[in-house]
Design a protein around this ligand. Structure first.
Ligand code: ATP
Length: 200
């Protein structure tokens, strides 16, 4: 099964683009959502997080205390690295299980904000980058999440820039609201279908 990684900076339009591919019946694995969900459903991961951050990082009902964990890792590089080193392999396991259930699709997408930063792009056959102008990304997120520009910049600073991601990408969609999105997506969809026929 052909695996295409899809990424882009915050507000670039990853989710918007993925919804289009889903309309073409292409399965999409949302790695960030999965990571959140398995942090309280994957027994092995729960054990590892409890051992590393203390059992009280989970509420008595089994839910993760996300604000406590966030506060612990936000300004602590080492703790964040440790958390990622535990969570990323668990997301890989979840992806492999999910992939085994996608028998009839020509290809699948793996959407991850930190596809390149996490190294998970290496597990994909091709990688697709969604780009948008810096200021447009900021204004979209300010509007979507009702947050300040400073808050958006804080989140952006944790990600590689488009210029750093571009050399690692095989394909790009330009979501600058000047070039039409749908023709770009359809071209790529057709291309991915052709690629999937050649790898079968
Ligand atoms: P995040 O990394 O925060 O999850 P994202 O890359 O998934 O962001 P989206 O959620 O798809 O980005 O888009 C951010 C906002 O911008 C959304 O409100 C979306 O509706 C809007 N948006 C994205 N692309 C376009 C476009 N081409 N035209 C109009 N609005 C757009």
């Amino acid at each position: 099964m052909l695996k295409i990684g899809i990424t882009g900076g915050i507000g670039s339009g990853k989710t918007t683009v993925c919804k289009f591919f889903e309309l073409q019946r292409i399965p999409v694995f949302y790695a960030d959502q999965q990571a959140k969900s398995i942090m309280h459903t994957d027994g092995l991961l729960v054990d590892q997080i409890s051992r590393e951050f203390g059992a009280d990082i989970y509420f008595s009902n089994g839910e993760l205390n996300r604000s406590k964990l966030g506060a612990l890792v936000f300004n602590d590089e080492e703790k964040l690295k440790k958390l990622n080193s535990i969570v990323h392999p668990a997301v890989f396991r979840a992806f492999d299980n999910w992939l085994n259930q996608q028998k009839n699709a020509p290809y699948v997408l793996k959407e991850a904000a930190l596809l390149f930063e996490s190294g998970s792009y290496k597990d994909c056959d091709f990688n697709l980058l969604i780009t948008s102008p810096h200021n447009l990304k900021i204004s979209r997120i300010m509007q979507r999440d009702s947050v300040s520009e400073g808050e958006v910049l804080k989140r952006m600073n944790k990600q590689l820039s488009d210029a750093e991601k571009a050399p690692l990408s095989d394909f790009t969609i330009n979501n600058d609201e000047k070039q039409l999105l749908i023709p770009q997506m359809l071209d790529l969809h057709n291309h991915f279908i052709n690629l999937s026929l050649s790898v079968k």
